[in-house]
Design a protein. Structure first.
Length: 513
């Protein structure tokens, strides 16, 4: 008894899941008026539309005012046939129906017999005249024809009025040219906050509540797996899925058709076509590799013609990039037990009297200070410590002083503690460790005397795998009852930049969703 209840509950859950999916599935509509040559409405005309990809057909008769309406249609290309007694049969081919729009198709019939057929090649204007919502749909043909960075369809959003799409910086690893954890400015619509944008995929909410980027969903959909999409920028209604004050982004995945179709694609980016990073170039550092290898395969077709269809897409992105990184490292003098600091002479007009006994601020005798290793150190033209004899290295400049290892030892409090048995002055273990670090080549962001910067093009290698599979079942020939299932799998390996050249990444993130 319990087993039967569980089975019925599971069956009910499955049915509800399918019903919910059908309620929220994104769709479009056809509407229009059938007229005679004089412009008068024709009542009772038979209007039939057929999905050219799946063969699903619907029919309706015009009302007394000659109007007809086909609602809840799947986006795609349709064939329309209009039949009325006393008139020639009118046929419209390749009418492209875009997501989120009710397309208006008015047909003016010619006097004749039904057996006479008038074929008209025409297009449907992608203009919404049925409600106040504003937005531009991007069709499948446009997705395939327009050049997009990293084949990321979000880049096409910037073609719409009021939409600002901001890809990441060129030297920042970013996968598909979108936003990263360090850069949340993926875009905005009409100045609204990016986290106010609502993203739906096949009618299902796929917003990323954690990061809240404007055009990024929790499910990555390759461009080759998208049939079309639309961004409604303002005045949207409930049909658009609107639940926030920002834009509404509607994405629709491809599905299989009655004909077997597929594609293989490859895209490449190379540093040969890029300028070097500004900071690397300033330090005379050669431009590191910056390479994208993006390739994939998409296949779709029928399992049972006019009834069951399958579509699948696999895409792999391999990145070999760099991050212009600067690390804090000790100066060449500090690594040898010499400590630099700025100083100035006592000024009675501005300084407190207790500082009157401070020693005079003057560079050490001879202008150079010897370290533990016996190497002497001065200052370069950028007021940074340098080894004596190095190009551009001169005496320590006025306004700076450097303590030798002996002077540091003399002021070490432990030097007067008879119970202390450890090292006094510069610690040999610390000095030995510092020698393992590279010499600085940048001023850095610390004191710019003892702790400087080491800048390099940190190599970053990432891997993004995406698989999308969709199955569509048409329960009736009129396409009024359909069931679809879509699965998306992401397997990513994202590496952080290494601490220093030749080291492993500081952090490796694995994403398996």
């Amino acid at each position: 008894m319990m087993t039967g209840s569980i089975r019925r509950a599971l069956l009910l859950s499955v049915v509800l899941a399918f019903v919910t999916g059908s309620v929220w599935a994104q769709s479009a509509a056809f509407s229009g008026t059938i007229l005679d040559p004089s412009g008068a409405a024709i009542a009772g005309a038979q209007v039939t539309i057929t999905n050219e990809a799946t063969g699903a057909a619907r029919a309706t008769a015009t009302q007394s005012d000659g109007k007809y309406l086909f609602a809840q249609l799947a986006p795609g290309k349709y064939k329309m046939e209009v039949v009325a007694q006393g008139f020639k049969t009118a046929v419209r081919q390749h009418l492209e129906l875009l997501v989120g729009i009710t397309s208006i198709v008015d047909v003016r019939l010619e006097v004749g017999t039904i057996t006479q057929v008038v074929n008209v090649e025409s297009t449907v204007a992608a203009i919404n005249t049925t409600d106040a919502s504003m937005g531009t749909p991007i069709s499948g043909s446009e997705l395939g024809a327009l050049p997009v960075l990293d084949m990321n369809p979000a880049g096409l959003l910037g073609l719409q009025t009021g939409v600002a799409y901001i890809p990441t910086q060129a030297d920042r690893p970013s996968g598909y040219g979108g936003s990263t954890d360090q850069d949340g400015r993926s875009g905005a619509v009409n100045g609204a906050r990016s986290d106010q944008t609502n993203v739906t995929l096949d009618g299902i909410d796929v917003n990323d509540p954690q990061k809240g980027y404007a055009f990024t969903s929790v499910l990555r959909i390759p461009q080759e797996a998208l049939a079309e999409f639309r961004t409604t920028t303002t005045s949207y209604d409930a049909d658009s899925g609107g639940r926030s004050s920002g834009a509404q982004v509607e994405l629709v995945t491809k599905s299989g058709t009655n004909s077997l179709h597929g594609s293989a694609y490859y895209a490449n980016r190379n540093e040969a076509f890029n300028a070097n990073d500004f900071f690397l170039n300033r330090q005379g550092i050669k431009q590191p590799p910056f390479r994208h290898h993006l390739y994939g395969l998409a296949v779709g077709g029928p399992v049972i013609k006019n009834r069951i269809f399958l579509f699948g897409d696999f895409e792999r992105l391999q990145e070999s990039l760099f991050s212009s990184s600067v690390r804090s490292v000790p100066s060449v003098a500090f690594k040898d037990g010499v400590f630099f600091y700025p100083c100035r002479n006592f000024d009675p007009a501005n300084d407190l009297s207790q500082f009157s006994s401070n020693p005079a601020c003057a560079p050490p005798p001879g202008g150079f200070v010897q370290g533990v290793s016996g190497t002497s150190y001065g200052m370069d033209t950028s007021s940074r410590p340098c080894r004596q004899g190095a190009t551009g290295c001169g005496p320590i400049q006025s306004g700076f002083y450097a303590l030798s290892p002996a002077q540091i030892t003399s002021i070490d409090p432990e030097s007067t503690d008879p119970a202390w048995t450890g090292p006094v002055g510069p610690n040999p273990a610390v000095l030995a460790y510092d020698q393992l670090l590279p010499d600085p080549n940048d001023s850095g962001s610390f004191d710019q005397l003892n702790i400087l910067g080491y800048r390099f093009g940190a190599p970053v290698k990432n891997l993004f795998n995406t698989a999308v599979v969709r199955a569509d079942i048409h329960l009736d020939h009129a396409d009024k009852h359909t069931i679809y299932w879509r699965g998306t799998l992401m397997h990513d390996t994202i590496n952080d930049a290494p601490k220093f050249p030749g080291q492993a990444p500081r952090l490796t993130s694995l994403n398996n969703n």
